[in-house]
Write a protein that binds this ligand. Structure first.
Ligand code: NAP
Length: 284
């Protein structure tokens, strides 16, 4: 079975659009997401465009603020402070990566936790690890949602996550653990990786290396979630970290690239924006 993140995203966005349509009457306005794009990196421009499109579909107000790559860290911090103080703004997202002269950690920490729709703020990350209410990072959230929608039981399963980044590998491992999977995390220093991955009933791969996971690394019947986004230089086409053609016949469930985890990430961003908005409005 191939899980289409595209189809699930379309369904989720349609449901969210119905909900958002009730907000003007209920709260007097719709949620407002502000995206800050620094510089002119084409990949970042395309991600930001995708976020704007999703906002349109769901009915969320979107403002994209463009700043040149030469912006100073102080200027960016001042912009964030302004948005934090603006009551009409419900979500703030700074598109990463930022130019090298800007400290990303400082920028993320400057965003008000209650407006941190990416779930990257240290307080949101800490709350996730302490099992407290928080905004969950979009990609890990989307992965768990895909597993649930496909009817995959997580509890009691042996899960292996390859990759330990703050934005994908670690939070997805934590979410799987919270759902009572037994989780192993692999990384660039892991020895005999295939021996470990062959034990996986659920295998999540988030490293950023085209077709890294080969057929011999996957157990028959495994659930394979491919987070990687890589571009094949010769063709310019996108592909994942998993050799899809070789593994698809062996896996019980697999996600494609493109059209798998990617669309779910943006859809969960919409969900997080609505959650931040509702939390604020209901607290009044
Ligand atoms: P990252 O911060 O670069 O982390 C990569 C991780 O992979 C690190 O933990 C690294 O291990 C591990 N790794 C690298 N080479 C490895 C190897 N040969 N064997 C085992 N582990 C290895 O990347 P990321 O931000 O997590 O993103 C990972 C991939 O997911 C990228 O392709 C990115 O574009 C994609 N992504 C997709 C979405 C989406 O929505 N679909 C969202 C976010 C990211 P060490 O810790 O030991 O260095």
């Amino acid at each position: 079975m191939i899980i289409s993140g595209k189809d699930l995203s379309a369904r989720m966005k349609a449901e969210m659009a119905e909900k958002v349509a009730t907000f003007p009457q209920k709260y007097g306005r719709v949620p407002h997401l502000v995206v800050i794009l620094v510089g002119e990196d084409p990949a970042s421009q395309s991600y930001v465009k995708g976020k704007g499109k999703a906002c349109e579909v769901v009915g969320i107000r979107n403002t994209t603020i463009l700043r040149p790559a030469t912006i100073s860290e102080e200027e960016l911090l001042a912009l964030i402070a302004e948005l934090n103080a603006d009551d009409s703004v419900d979500g703030i997202l700074v598109q990463l990566p930022l130019p090298k002269h800007i400290n990303e950690d400082r920028i993320i920490a400057a965003i008000d936790k209650s407006k941190d729709v990416d779930g990257f703020h240290p307080l949101n990350v800490a709350a996730l690890w302490m099992k407290q209410p928080c905004t969950v990072a979009c990609t890990p959230k989307g992965i768990i949602r895909m597993l649930d929608e496909a009817g995959i039981e997580i509890s009691g399963k042996r899960a292996v996550v390859i990759g330990r980044s703050q934005i994908v590998g670690l939070p997805v491992a934590k979410l799987l653990l919270d759902r009572n999977a037994t989780v192993t995390i692999c990384h660039s220093r892991t020895q005999n990786m295939a021996e470990i991955t062959r034990q996986a009933e659920i295998l999540v791969v988030a490293i950023g290396k085209a077709k890294f996971v080969t057929e011999d690394m996957v157990a028959p019947g495994a659930v394979v979630i491919d987070v990687g986004v890589n571009r094949i230089p010769e063709t310019g086409k996108l592909c994942g970290d998993v050799d899809f053609e070789a593994i698809e016949p062996k896996a019980s469930v697999i996600t494609p690239v493109p059209g798998g985890v990617g669309p779910m990430t943006i859809t969960c961003l919409m969900e997080n924006t609505i959650e931040c908005f509702e939390k604020k409005m209901n607290a009044r």
